[in-house]
Design a protein around this ligand. Structure first.
Ligand code: NAX
Ligand code: K
Length: 513
């Protein structure tokens, strides 16, 4: 499949429509099931070789997820695995009914209680796929609880049974998979934070959907997509023009810090430094300047008059911002910097707002304020900041993709909702999802680094697609976290350490497929 289609993320309804086009065009449903399940069976044999996983327990649901499972059961049986089935319900659709009859004929044991499957080396979960339509209850729910308690590896077909295909919600109870083999196109749930624990490792099993059918339903390019390395690479400001000079490589003004939080702006500045930005000016209270310059001798300090609490009272009178190509504002400014935010919102440059700037923005009518801005704005909230900014929108801890898209739409800003799967929405609905992260980044200061990195990137490429640049910065930051965690464990990635891995992460983005 062309790369931009393995990046597409679909809802259950979209997947149904895409598949319906294939059936309408003449592909028999049974043929597709055979093909898809054959690919899953092959993958299971690679992931779980018979020598180490001789006994496979397979959970059979009433629909085509169960049908897939039965084809897999047959193929694994023929390959020499010892297969046992649990038929979860009486009423099966036609295809699974036929496959079940044939499994019986082959002598594959079909159980109506779950207990015999406890003697399995692997469970294959074919209870429900994208057809789950209500909460799982009763005996079925009890059985899933039991299976989850067994501590046997579980491979889920399409998605873990019990997880909502779009929102990531647990519908009563859900199978806790070790490995999810998502079929055809990525389902939204694979990028919803609340589903991650149930999904385990995720992997896409391609089944050759013609691109035209995907485009017909999703449009081209699809509106919700994974940000891949290939796209990120195109949005790094390298290679540079051989004859460039510092003012052609962007001029970032980073505004942050206070007497109470002097360190945050250091981290933002180090993030900006790693972006390669040509010129970096830092506006911070005068008391913070000496320490900052000791760490970043290349930075231009705009020493700001302080409020009586040590926050930035105003930008210095002499500050000449005409060469500035982007602004990042927020880390450590405290809630005493309200008047500063008013000034910043009026500036004509692209603006990244983070941390306290977001909380300050939430204290006024955030949506109305953002809509008045003439230059583009990127907001980088975590879930708490998001809720403060957009109290009337969907919960950012729930269906995050819906929440972030709604926020971008109402505010006319690019909204980057941080999380295990950071999502970045454009007001037009287009949304990037960053498919990687590490819990190592759940740590004070790592957001300050992102604000600087993103600001520095935007400053260098002011004419380029701000939405994709924002997602590129988020990917870059996440990759640095992943590399750092590999070397220092998840405990060793303090925000300063993180900044020391940004350059390696950039190298990885330029090099990896
Ligand atoms: N559409 C297709 O032709 C293809 C689908 N495939 C598989 O088919 C799956 C979708 O198949 P289906 O649409 O049959 O849906 P499912 O297999 O997800 O299950 C739907 C069935 O479950 C019942 N059900 C829903 N919620 C329930 C609940 N809470 N408790 C008890 N029963 C409940 C429904 O009444 C229906 O009978 C995909 O996830 C994938 O695994 C693949 O074979 C590829 C081709
Ligand atoms: K499943």
């Amino acid at each position: 499949m062309p790369p931009n289609l393995t990046d597409a993320i679909v809802t259950a309804a979209e997947m149904r429509q895409i598949e319906q086009r294939l059936f309408d065009a003449g592909l028999p449903v049974a043929a597709l099931m055979e093909k898809v399940a054959g690919r899953i069976a092959a993958r299971i044999q690679t992931l779980y070789p018979r020598s180490r996983y001789p006994r496979i327990g397979i959970l059979i649901g009433p629909g085509h997820n169960g049908g897939d499972a039965l084809v897999i059961a047959r193929e694994l049986h023929h390959s020499g695995y010892r297969v046992a089935l649990w038929q979860a319900t009486d009423k099966l659709k036609d295809l699974p009914t036929a496959h079940l009859r044939y499994a019986d004929r082959l002598g594959i044991p079909i159980h109506r209680t779950i207990t015999p499957l406890q003697a399995s080396d692997l469970i294959v979960d074919g209870l429900f796929g994208f057809g789950l339509e209500r909460a799982i209850a009763g005996n079925l729910a009890d059985s899933i609880a039991q299976i989850n308690a067994w501590q046997i590896p579980i491979a889920s077909i399409d998605l873990p049974s019990g997880i909502h295909t779009d929102t990531g919600a647990t519908m009563g109870i859900a199978v806790r998979a070790t490995h999810t083999l998502c079929l055809g196109l990525w389902k939204r749930t694979c990028f919803q934070d609340r589903a991650l624990a149930a999904l385990g490792t995720t992997e896409l099993i391609d089944f050759d959907i013609p691109p035209a059918d995907i485009h017909a339903i999703l449009g081209n390019p699809p509106p919700v997509r994974i940000l891949t390395n290939t796209i990120a690479r195109q949005h790094l400001p390298i290679p540079r023009e051989p004859t460039t000079h510092k003012y052609r490589q962007g001029y970032l003004l980073a505004i942050g810090g206070s007497q109470r939080y002097p360190g945050s702006i250091h981290l933002t500045a180090l993030g900006a430094r790693a972006s390669g930005v040509g010129m970096l000016a830092i506006a911070t209270p005068e008391a913070v300047v000496p320490g900052l310059i000791a760490r970043l001798p290349e930075a231009l300090a705009l020493s700001c008059p302080p409020t009586n609490t040590g926050a930035i009272a105003a930008l210095p009178n002499h500050a000449d911002l005409t060469r500035t190509t982007a602004i990042a504002c927020g880390p450590g400014i405290t809630l005493d910097a309200g008047p500063l935010l008013d000034v910043v919102l009026d500036l004509p440059q692209p603006l990244v707002l983070d941390a306290d700037a977001l909380t300050l923005l939430a204290q006024r009518d955030a949506v109305a304020t953002l809509q008045q801005r003439r230059a583009p704005t990127v907001l980088t909230p975590h879930a708490g900041e998001f809720q403060r900014l957009f109290p009337k929108l969907p919960d950012p801890n729930g269906d995050r993709l819906a929440a972030v898209r709604a926020a971008a739409e109402v505010s006319n800003a690019i909204v980057l909702l941080k999380g295990a799967r950071t999502a970045i929405a454009h007001p037009n609905g287009n949304t990037w999802v960053v498919p990687i992260s590490t819990p190592a980044l759940a740590r004070g200061g790592s957001g300050d680094v992102l604000a600087g990195l993103l600001g520095g990137l935007v400053a260098q490429l002011p004419g380029s697609n701000l939405h994709t640049l924002s997602a590129t910065a988020a990917t870059w930051h996440a990759r640095a976290g992943v590399i750092a965690a590999r070397e220092h464990t998840e405990l060793g990635v303090d925000a300063f350490t993180l900044t020391q891995y940004l350059t390696r992460a950039a190298m990885q983005i330029t090099r990896d497929p």
